[in-house]
Design a protein around this ligand. Structure first.
Ligand SMILES: [Mg+2]
Length: 221
């Protein structure tokens, strides 16, 4: 058995937070149309929504600075519950994000990210805001971005692909949900000699811990 912690590097956008849903709401609002009328978003650049590179950059900037999506984007189902179970079982959660995109809005990006993590009850021990380099000394990573997955794997890292339409040509391991992440991480940890300890059910609602500590009623349902 090893005494080293099993560090799991967890990406935010497209993994913990539903970035596409947040952008969809902003763009639909700007165009005065229903969000669903934009249709599916299958490409990384969102060309299906009539955006070119400059249009995407402008939308992202407005979404972050004007619409504050880093503070209010929907959480991907199961994220907080699974991360609490993994954390309680001994996995070290290291959040990794590339949100300092461009030389603007860093205060909003960082402050809104931290507020969002607390409001959703997501546990973590480290929070890394990275530039181009995707690697932060974790035993395994969960990411949706094709360029990040490829760069991490090229340097020998174990990466779970979090399923999104724009990453389906990448080989697995692939998680279709957060429950899949839990199973895959448990297997990877066991393969490295770390037996994860499962929490007994019904004793505590872990997602409420952050809210209790902050003297609030807890994370939103
Ligand atoms: Mg991502």
């Amino acid at each position: 058995m090893t005494t080293e912690p099993f560090v799991l590097g967890v990406d935010l956008d497209g993994v913990c937070g539903d970035y596409i849903a947040a952008l969809r709401a902003v763009l639909a609002d700007e165009r005065g149309v229903a969000p669903e009328s934009l249709g599916p978003a299958d490409s990384w650049e969102l060309t299906e929504w009539g955006l070119d590179r400059a249009g995407f950059d402008r939308l992202h900037r407005s979404a972050v600075l004007d619409h504050r999506i880093f503070a209010n984007m929907p959480m991907v189902e199961g994220c907080a519950d699974v991360l609490w179970r993994l954390s309680d079982a001994g996995v070290w959660i290291r959040i990794i994000t590339h949100r300092l995109f461009g030389n603007w809005g860093h205060q909003v990006a960082v402050a809104d990210t931290v507020a969002w993590l607390d409001s959703r009850g997501i546990p973590y021990r480290d929070l890394c805001f990275l530039g181009a380099k995707p690697q932060v000394e974790a035993q395994a990573y969960v990411d949706d971005g094709p360029h990040n997955v490829e760069a991490l794997r090229a340097s020998g890292n174990e990466v779970i692909v979090f399923d999104q339409p724009y990453n389906r040509d990448l080989p697995g391991p692939r998680a279709m949900s957060w429950l899949d992440v839990e199973h895959l991480v448990t297997e990877l940890a066991a393969a490295r000699g770390l037996a994860l300890q499962r929490q007994l059910p019904g004793l505590d609602d872990p997602r409420a811990r952050i809210g209790r500590r902050l003297d609030r009623s807890g994370p939103p349902a």
